[in-house]
Write a new protein. Structure first.
Length: 126
């Protein structure tokens, strides 16, 4: 079984030595997504809530490119520069996911690429 690369123009292009996602069998590993606008490759303006929405939209685009949807995510990792934003993640996540929710970790970090306030990566099961 060989690794397949997943890529879409509807999510930000990889800006380093990684792929948007890789697929092995029925499992897709989605790289960390920050709130970049895929068309401009610029960070979106606005509050952390806007950044969270953009990250979920980026994840959704990659899931769809792989033949799945957000609700197929088995594991979601959320990285926040301020854990005070965790309630916003929960509220916004409920707009994009339905039960049963994926397994999840929330990790407080000192900094993220391009001064993002949130980054998420995921494992998708198809």
């Amino acid at each position: 079984m060989s690794k397949q690369i997943i890529s879409t123009n509807e999510a930000p292009a990889a800006i380093g030595t990684y792929s948007q996602a890789t697929r092995q069998g029925d499992t897709v590993y989605i790289s960390g997504q920050i709130p970049l606008n895929p068309a401009s490759m610029e960070m979106i303006e606005g509050a952390v809530e806007e950044q969270i929405h953009r990250v979920f939209l980026n994840l959704q685009a990659i899931c769809e490119s792989a033949g799945g949807k957000l609700d197929d995510i088995l594991k979601l990792n959320v990285f926040l520069t301020d854990m005070a934003h965790f309630p916003a993640v929960n509220a916004i996540m409920a707009e994009y996911f339905s039960e049963p929710y994926p397994a999840r970790a929330a990790i407080g970090v000192a900094a993220l690429p391009r001064d993002a306030q949130v980054e998420m990566d995921a494992i998708l099961g198809l």
